[in-house]
Ligand binder design. Structure first.
Ligand code: COS
Length: 388
């Protein structure tokens, strides 16, 4: 249910203040320590940030997509890793249950995810299945009132902290494509589930990914999301439609932050006797970044509002993800350029953002996958609904 305008304003102001006063001063330390302090995670819990997208019936804030996007614009104004901590509970880790879960599954898990008492993870990617998500090999064999899961999941965000995993596995051993895939919720601590060593990443330090290994892991049949086999791939795609829009909003937020920092630096830094902001070549970079971030903001809001009316926005969400993730890459590159030597030096933080934003073009579907989703939909529409 949509918030009244005053309540939404209050929420956005609170998040903006929290970002400015608590998160921005910690950016460097979090990257150095590769950890987000406990009190920050607790403050996020108190603010309800883990349950932005979880319906009020299950103790979340139940924000509309347009409202959630606006919160993501604010959260994007700092290191993306802070958003990543709450990202899985609001997005890929919880939405499988929200969209396709049974009432019982929702009642059991969503309130814990909304409060942040439990962190969730989305275990789709495998060593040999990433972009081709339907080709996954993890198997789920029915055995009485359980399924037995075997396989390895890779690069799983928040896996080291997760209490709950949404695991995609093949229930139809004879199938080779997406139709044989089902989705399960698997609790951490289930015998047979282990989490591998934390991956060493290019950026987003303080956020952790790892392998999730399933070895004869027995999961109650009740944990099959929606109670129906063969629906898992579609669940994953629906979750990603939403996730891609959320990530796009974060990209816009980060771009706006980098533009602000670049402008401040350009107005202060003097060369040839004047602030470099006076030079037209610097102005061109500032203007291009401003233009692109504005375009991204408009695309995200337009698509989020359409999604809230119940329209299928898969193609437009892919457009947003493609544009916004590429856009923030260009903005970060210009930010380094405007900062000159300082842009390359860790103390100024710009190079950290440059590394952090590189991930946006890869996860929740690479830019190439977004292009494929968009073009295939164009061809399908031109063919009157039939695939190419
Ligand atoms: N919502 C609902 N259903 C969807 C859907 C969506 N957004 N996208 C596809 N489907 C359905 C299709 O309608 C089709 O249903 P039918 O079998 O009933 O016709 C089914 O899912 C299979 O779709 P499709 O044939 O398009 O699947 P492909 O295997 O060709 O793959 C891509 C499609 C490549 C687009 C998909 O695998 C993908 O998005 N890959 C990237 C995955 C990803 O983002 N990985 C990152 C890991 S998570 S951080």
């Amino acid at each position: 249910m949509a918030l009244d305008p005053d309540t939404l304003r209050q929420l956005l102001d609170t998040v903006a203040r929290f970002v400015r006063e608590r998160l921005v001063p910690l950016e460097h330390k979090v990257a150095e320590d590769d950890a987000i302090p406990m009190d920050i995670a607790d403050a996020m819990r108190e603010m309800g940030l883990f349950g932005l997208s979880i319906p009020e019936d299950y103790s979340g804030l139940g924000l509309t997509m347009a409202e959630e996007a606006q919160v993501a614009f604010e959260l994007g104004q700092t290191s993306p890793v802070f958003r990543s901590l709450i990202g899985t509970n609001n997005g890929i880790g919880s939405q499988g249950l929200v969209i396709d879960g049974t009432d019982e599954q929702k009642r059991k898990y969503l309130p814990q995810l909304a409060s942040g008492a439990m962190i969730s993870a989305f275990a789709l990617t495998e060593p040999e299945a990433g972009s081709d998500a339907g080709a996954l090999r993890t198997s789920a064999r029915r055995d009485g009132d359980h399924y037995v899961l075997n396989g390895t999941k890779r690069f799983i965000t928040n896996a080291p902290h997760a209490g709950l995993f949404t695991v995609f596995a093949r229930t139809d051993a004879d199938s080779r494509d997406s139709r044989g895939v089902s989705a399960f919720v698997v609790e951490a601590g289930t015998p047979g589930l282990t989490v591998g060593a934390v991956d060493r990443k290019m950026g987003q330090k303080g956020g952790h990914t790892a392998d999730v290994i399933l070895e004869d892991c027995r999961v109650p049949a009740l944990n099959l999301i929606g109670g129906k086999e063969g629906q898992g791939f579609k669940t994953a795609m629906k979750v990603l439609d939403r996730g891609r829009l959320h990530i796009s909003a974060v990209c816009v937020g980060v771009a706006e932050r980098l533009i602000r920092d670049s402008l401040a630096y350009a107005m202060e830094r003097k060369q040839f006797g004047q602030p470099i902001a006076e030079f037209q070549l610097i102005q061109a970079m500032l203007a291009d970044s401003r233009m692109e971030a504005y375009a991204g903001r408009c695309m995200v809001m337009e698509t989020a509002r359409a999604k809230d009316t119940g329209v299928d926005v898969s193609t437009d969400a892919a457009c947003c993800k493609l544009f916004c993730s590429e856009m923030v890459g260009r903005v970060a590159d210009r930010a380094v350029q405007i900062h000159g030597g300082a842009g390359y030096i860790a103390d100024y933080g710009v190079e950290r953002f440059y590394r952090d934003v590189r991930l946006f073009r890869i996860y929740e579907g690479t830019s190439q996958i977004q292009q494929l989703v968009i073009a295939r939909a164009m061809i399908r529409d031109a063919n009157g609904g039939r695939s190419a």
